[in-house]
Design a protein around this ligand. Structure first.
Ligand code: TYD
Ligand code: MG
Length: 465
């Protein structure tokens, strides 16, 4: 019989303390500690009695292991982010803000997979089966052989899944609504979420089903409460997007069975999420090349090139401390690029408000975007638009030098495919020739500024004759 003892668990980070306190020592959050009854099971009581274990044989690292079969849903953007399909017996957490489209994506995946055979189960803890069915009907998927349930007690769910044919694909939407009988705390607490996730992950391993857990994410991007679940699952995928845009990006942040830098791009339409096979064309749609302050960045997400427009607005400030606002890029990266432009290219930005935006709602994490951001900023500041047929990429060092970045061949090829003819980037001549593109290497930010200013002078002389 497990002995029960109270412990105090932080609902934000899962840290356990011996007494109640207002502030969690581990994560610094206030009012997140809640008393929970902890069951001292195998690990606690047995270990303290000094029970002796049984030795087990160890294996060689060099053993042969057969290639992992994959469960391919047929939604290729999803399959790619999962690492080429889901691995049987694995657990995946899909996180995202409420309303971003997690349930929509997963019901679509279920329907697509059910069409290929195998038992597919969708367990909703948030919506009734009618609501799920209604959504499926709206998506035109009502005929799919997906089994539905609206349940929240994990013991019942595991028992149901365990009876009949072994399921192939199981969705649990969401993990925050699940609770276990074996745990004393209230549903939604860290202990419950952890316990429920543990039971479902154990089921995945023993049955060979791919289990997908949905997790809600707070505004600051953390998977609310059950951060602990992230450590337990095999893969964590996050579903992102700007509310106002129809684009959704699925990104792997952890994957034991595949790369973590792949993205899947979707567009939310009236008929659910549509796959976007060519994101560059979508992100560049509606581009106004004539206006100053816009530069096209040739980026790479995972193994796929993505072209996206970076927009900047630099305007004289009326405030004592000028504003710096950035959407879709790292604000400290912007601060660095501004500092380098001031120090090494002689630009005066101290009295200017600076706004930077990545069009289409994409989030860029690559340092390769430095040069495109710098070009957009300079272009806006001096009021000279950048050439319409040019792409930019390159990393800017604190010394003002422009450094080469990886995958330049891939970037150039994508740019050529989309009709660009020039790249302002540190790329090798071989790559440029292969892509049939002219490259104008710039060695430093000063060189970049000189080039943009010269283009402005040339345009002015052409206009005035
Ligand atoms: P949903 O999948 O319920 O989000 P989550 O499970 O992440 O909370 O998606 C909800 C939003 O998606 C909702 O605001 C409406 C929108 N939507 C569409 O635009 N088209 C559709 O076909 C569907 C099903 C939803
Ligand atoms: Mg939902």
């Amino acid at each position: 019989m497990a002995r029960l003892r109270a412990s105090y668990v932080c609902q934000n980070c899962g840290a356990i303390s011996q007494r109640w306190q207002g502030k969690c020592d581990a994560c610094g959050e206030w009012n997140t500690i809640i008393e929970e009854a902890a069951a001292l099971g195998v690990g606690g009581a047995a270990l303290r009695k000094g029970a002796s274990g049984r030795p087990f044989p160890l294996e060689d690292l060099s053993g042969a292991s057969p290639p992992q079969p994959r469960i391919v849903t047929g939604i290729s953007e999803l399959d790619r982010v999962a690492g080429g399909g889901f691995v049987p017996g694995s657990a995946t957490l899909i996180g995202g803000e409420p309303g971003i489209g997690k349930s929509t994506l997963l019901i679509q995946a279920c329907a697509a997979l059910a069409g290929r055979g195998g038992r597919v189960v969708y367990v909703s803890g948030e919506e009734s089966t009618e609501q799920v069915r209604l959504r499926a009907t709206r998506l035109g998927l009502a005929q799919a052989a997906v089994q539905l349930a609206a349940q929240t007690l994990v013991e019942d769910i595991v028992a149901t899944l365990g009876s009949g044919d072994a399921p192939k694909f199981v969705i649990v939407d969401s993990i925050q609504t699940m609770w276990s009988d074996a745990i004393e705390s209230a549903p939604g607490t860290v202990s419950q979420v952890r316990g429920a996730a543990q039971a479902l992950i154990r089921f995945a391993k023993s049955s060979g089903a791919a289990v997908i857990l949905v997790g809600h994410v707070t505004k600051d991007g953390q998977i609310a409460g059950p951060r602990v679940v992230e450590h337990m699952v095999d893969a964590v995928l996050s579903f992102e997007g700007e509310g106002a845009h129809a684009f959704r990006v699925l990104r792997a942040t952890k994957n034991r069975f595949g790369p973590t830098d792949e993205i899947g791009v979707f567009e939310m339409t009236g008929a659910g999420l549509a796959e976007v096979a060519n994101p560059s064309a979508l992100f560049l749609a509606g581009r106004d090349g004539a206006a100053p302050g816009a530069a096209v960045f040739a980026g790479v997400e995972g193994a796929r090139p993505v072209l996206v427009e970076i927009q900047a607005l630099v305007a004289p400030s009326t405030l004592g401390t000028p504003r710096r606002a950035v959407v879709g890029w790292d604000s400290s990266r912007l601060a660095m690029v501004l500092a380098v432009l001031e120090a090494h290219a002689g630009l005066r930005l101290g009295q200017h408000d600076v706004y930077l935006n990545v069009a289409g709602g994409l989030r860029i994490a690559e340092p390769a975007a430095d040069l495109a951001a710098a070009a957009a900023l300079v272009s806006s500041l001096i009021g000279v638009s950048l050439p319409h047929d040019a792409v930019y990429f390159g990393e800017i060092a604190l010394s003002g030098a422009v450094r080469a970045v990886g995958h330049s061949g891939l970037r150039l090829k994508e740019a050529a495919k989309l009709g660009f003819s020039r790249a302002i980037a540190p790329a090798s001549r071989k790559d440029a020739e292969a892509a049939r593109l002219t490259t104008l290497p710039v060695a430093s930010v000063a060189g970049l500024v000189a080039e943009i200013a010269a283009a402005g002078v040339a345009a002015k002389t052409a206009r005035t004759g």
